[in-house]
Design a protein around this ligand. Structure first.
Ligand SMILES: O=C(O)CCC(=O)C(=O)O
Ligand SMILES: [Fe+2]
Length: 203
C-alpha cells in the first residue's frame, strides 16, 4: 500500500529513462539507413508516447484464453520490460512459426513498429506478436510505446526512395491511424483493425 506514494515519481522517472533510450535507438536506426542521426527527431516534437502496465492473471484453461491477440505495434518503437514468467511470442518471418521470447533478466525487448517500417520503405519490418497466458503464474509487463506527434503524416522517407525503389506506401496521418486502431484493438475484430497494408501502393 505504501508504494502508491512513490508511484508518480517512479513512473515519471521511468518514462524519462525509456524516452531517452528510444531517442538513442531512433538515432541508431536512422544512421543504419544511411540518414543523419536526427533525421526523425522533428516527428517527435509533441510525441504521443505512452506506457501501459499489463497484468495477465493465471488461467486454468490457457489454450482457451488470449493474453493479447496477434498484432503489430502501430507506433515507431516499443521498449518492453517483461518479468521472468514469459508468454510473449513473436512470429518468425521465415516459416510463420510462433517463437517464445525468452525472458532475459535486466534487459528490454525492442519492437520495431509499423511507422519505422513505412519510414524505411520496408527495410525494417514490424514484427507480429501475441501474448499467451499460463495456468500457474501471473505475469507483468511494461511496454513504452514511442509514438510521433499526432499531426505527423507518415510516409516513406524521400531519401530512401528512388525511381527504381519507389515509395511503397501512401501517406497517412498518425493520429487518425492510432484512433482507428485503438477503437478496434481489443474487441474481437468485429471492427476492421486498420493496418499499414491498407496504405500500400500496389506495384
Ligand atoms: O505483454 C507483453 O509482453 C507485450 C504486450 C504487447 O504486445 C502490447 O501491449 O502491445
Ligand atoms: Fe504489442
Amino acid at each position: 500500500m505504501v508504494y502508491i506514494f512513490f508511484y508518480r515519481e517512479a513512473s515519471e522517472e521511468y518514462a524519462k529513462g525509456v524516452e531517452k533510450l528510444s531517442f538513442t535507438l531512433l538515432e541508431l536506426i536512422s544512421l543504419s539507413l544511411g540518414l543523419p542521426a536526427k533525421r526523425f527527431h522533428d516527428f517527435f516534437e509533441d510525441h504521443t508516447s505512452f506506457i501501459r502496465l499489463n497484468h495477465y492473471s493465471p488461467c486454468p484453461s490457457p489454450h482457451l484464453a488470449l493474453g493479447v491477440g496477434r498484432h503489430k505495434d502501430a507506433g515507431a518503437l516499443t521498449v518492453l520490460a517483461q518479468d521472468d514468467v514469459g508468454g510473449l511470442d513473436v512470429k518468425r518471418r521465415t516459416d510463420g512459426e510462433w517463437v517464445r521470447v525468452k525472458p532475459i533478466p535486466d534487459s528490454y525487448i525492442i519492437n520495431v513498429g509499423d511507422i519505422i517500417q513505412v519510414w524505411s520503405n520496408d527495410r525494417y519490418e514490424s514484427a507480429e506478436h501475441r501474448v499467451m497466458v499460463n495456468s500457474e503464474r501471473e505475469r507483468f509487463s511494461i511496454p513504452f510505446f514511442f509514438n510521433p506527434s499526432h499531426y505527423v503524416m507518415v510516409k516513406p522517407i524521400e531519401e530512401l526512395t528512388t525511381v527504381n525503389n519507389p515509395a511503397k506506401y501512401k501517406e497517412y496521418n498518425w493520429g487518425k491511424f492510432f484512433k482507428t486502431r485503438k477503437g478496434s484493438n481489443f474487441k474481437k475484430l468485429d471492427v476492421e483493425n486498420i493496418q499499414i497494408y491498407h496504405f500500400k501502393i500496389s506495384a
